[in-house]
Design a protein around this ligand. Structure first.
Ligand SMILES: Nc1nc2c(ncn2[C@@H]2O[C@H](COP(=O)(O)OP(=O)(O)OP(=O)(O)O)[C@@H](O)[C@H]2O)c(=O)[nH]1
Ligand SMILES: [Mg+2]
Length: 590
């Protein structure tokens, strides 16, 4: 038997007895952190609801029998309302030797209904009372002995990020799992919600110290009120953008470009020239579009610095719990787009990469919300690599042009969202928006997360880049580009006012989003042409990998709609910008 584990699989010999443990609980209570620490497996954790949207299985060492633990997506109740919650209830239906139910000590009353539902099915439960460090900071005390008595099962106080209480928790899990059998369970349609009982228990075990609010308490509140929440959000976004643009530029100019230009490129050119004689092959390898030159310079010396700083900022925002607060502030704007404020998280993820953003929509409660967010991410949200390309292309000319591209992207989202909410079938259900505690991210996990993301960018970008640029070099060197450019001339030159070679950007943009921008670097373009080129690249097709995910998650029909929609939007908007721009230039030069 092979268990689904995400990154690797666990082999179990036929007939071997294993213990199954499910890690369950409300979203954002620390299940994945506990799971990662007890199994040594790498799983994503972040400070918002819905980080885990599918399950991962790992092994907890130490018992007599082997113990398999499964990190389950968070759920508020056993009546699933989203695809991610359905995964949780299906896993529970298969039964377990033990369920580890993780409770957030700062939100006990809201966490208990699920715990009581699970226990009412007769499944053995061990409780982790997690986040006790945050509870202490907030002046919340929980009487663990009484809670244990009321729940009739072991309760272990833990602080998962610090590792406190995890040794004891492991022992309790192994002991409980070894003394019970596994039975599949049927989850009744109309389960009791246990809200009253939860309130009763919470009242008995919880004491909240009467104390004046600390600065941190007040700051948590301030971030969600329009005043001063919106000015705070603007400052946060300016700092974030400054860090990405400034930090990326410095890393690129001071380290990566000098190293590449002075050492790497000459070494590669010399090595290839000594083996390959002059001609098409040498040009494809190290010429103007040489795959070994541009294929390394573009992803590593130009884009990587921005990607790296972007992930630093994004991971910090994710782990601090600030993102859902942005959702509260933007709720009205998001509703104008036809989606819920809580979708700010997957949409923000889209600024990293569209794929986790689309998968992240599994936590949404309606299919229409999933389609809307996916459509918007595919159309108008540039991924981090494309953002890097925009900064390289526009940032050196005019920061205003760069800000302009993002302003157009936001406006387009409102228009496209309003359009899609009319065209797409179904209804967007109101979603529960959970606002997590603001936390100071744990340094070690933050660095690990940033490093993993940078590594993943490198692995995913490098090969398609080199191959795509190689294909482009071949197209240019063999003269095929002239024919392709002639065929696309009415579109590229006529409608968009770009030089014919810009057709290369459209061809390469199918492979990766930043490749729809980078070829423009080698052309001598006016500011208007740079803007038009960037806007077309922004709205143009998402990359091939994203299409595969859209087809897998939704239907081919929706992928086709995204294909046509993004194409039409890109050319219509790019064309309009070109004509309006040219008209204004003529008007002002008279
Ligand atoms: N201070 C503190 N932070 C914690 C603790 N446990 C988890 N966290 C943080 O809380 C956030 C949520 O943790 P996750 O492990 O992603 O939560 P989850 O229950 O898996 O969430 P979903 O996958 O969304 O259901 C992360 O930012 C963690 O770093 C803890 O004991 N103390
Ligand atoms: Mg999780």
């Amino acid at each position: 038997m092979n268990c689904h584990t995400g990154p690797r699989s666990i082999k179990i010999s036929p007939g071997e007895k294993v213990q199954q443990v499910l890690f369950m609980g409300n979203p954002n209570v620390g299940k994945s952190v506990i799971f990662a620490k007890l199994t040594g497996m790498k799983v994503e954790s972040a400070n918002y609801a819905g980080t885990t949207i599918t399950y991962t299985t790992g092994e907890i060492a130490g018992g007599e029998l082997r113990t398999l633990a499964t990190d389950v997506p968070g759920t508020y109740s056993l009546q699933a309302t989203s695809p991610a919650e359905e995964v949780a209830t299906q896993l529970l239906g298969q039964g377990a030797h033990t369920v580890l139910c993780v409770l957030d000590a700062t939100n006990l009353e809201r966490n208990l209904p699920l715990a009581l539902q699970v226990a009412s099915l007769g499944i053995p439960v061990v409780y982790a009372l997690n986040m006790v460090d945050v509870a202490r900071r907030k002046g919340i005390e929980i009487d663990v002995a009484t809670l244990e008595k009321l729940l009739g099962a072991p309760v272990v106080p833990t602080s998962a990020v610090r590792g406190d209480g995890l040794k004891d928790l492991r022992e309790q899990i192994l002991q409980c799992a070894s003394s019970h059998d596994l039975h599949p369970v049927t989850i009744p349609q109309d389960m009791e919600d246990f809200w009253d009982r939860s309130r009763e228990i919470a009242e008995k075990v919880e004491t909240r110290a009467e104390r004046p609010p600390t600065f941190w308490d007040r700051f948590e509140e301030m971030t969600i009120c329009p005043l001063p929440g919106i000015p705070i959000a603007i400052v946060v976004l300016i700092i974030a953008m400054g860090l990405v643009v400034g930090g990326g530029k410095a890393l690129r100019a001071l380290v990566l470009l000098p190293v590449f230009d002075n050492y790497v490129a000459p070494a590669i050119t010399a090595a290839v020239s000594s083996i390959v004689s002059e001609g098409i092959l040498r040009n494809v390898l190290v010429g103007e579009y040489g795959m070994l030159i541009k294929g390394i310079e573009w992803p590593i010396a130009l884009i990587l610095p921005y990607v790296a700083f972007f992930y630093v900022v994004m991971s910090f925002l994710e782990d601090s719990g600030y993102l859902p607060r942005l959702g509260v502030l933007l709720d009205n704007v998001m509703r104008a787009m036809g989606i819920q404020g809580s979708s700010v998280v997957p949409m923000f993820m889209g600024y990293g990469c569209a794929i986790p953003a689309i998968l992240g929509t599994k936590a949404a409660t309606s299919q229409k919300e999933r389609l809307m967010v996916t459509g918007l991410v595919a159309l108008a949200i540039p991924c981090t690599a494309q953002t890097g390309a925009f900064i390289v292309l526009l940032g050196d000319h005019s920061m205003l042009a760069l800000v302009g591209v993002y302003a157009i992207s936001f406006s387009a989202m409102v228009v496209a969202g309003a359009l899609m909410s009319r065209v797409l079938p179904g209804k967007v259900e109101p979603m529960l928006m959970e606002i997590p505690n603001l936390l100071m991210p744990d340094g070690k996990s933050l660095l690990k997360k940033i490093w993993l993301r940078i590594k993943q960018f490198f692995m995913e970008a490098e090969i398609p880049m080199v191959l795509g640029i190689g294909a482009a070099a071949l197209v240019a060197e063999t003269g095929a580009l002239v024919h392709i450019s002639a065929a696309l001339q009415p579109l590229v030159e006529g409608l968009l006012g770009l030089p014919p070679e810009a057709s290369l950007a459209l061809l390469l943009g199918i492979i990766r989003r930043e490749l729809a921008v980078l070829p423009l670097l080698t052309m001598d373009l006016t500011l208007l042409q740079l803007m038009v080129g960037s806007i077309v690249a922004l709205f143009y097709l998402p990359c091939i990998a994203v299409f595969f995910v859209i087809i897998k998650e939704f239907r081919l029909k929706f992928a086709a709609l995204v294909f046509v929609g993004t194409m039409v939007f890109a050319f219509a908007f790019g064309g309009a910008l070109n004509y309006v721009g040219q008209f204004l230039i003529r008007l002002f030069s008279q």
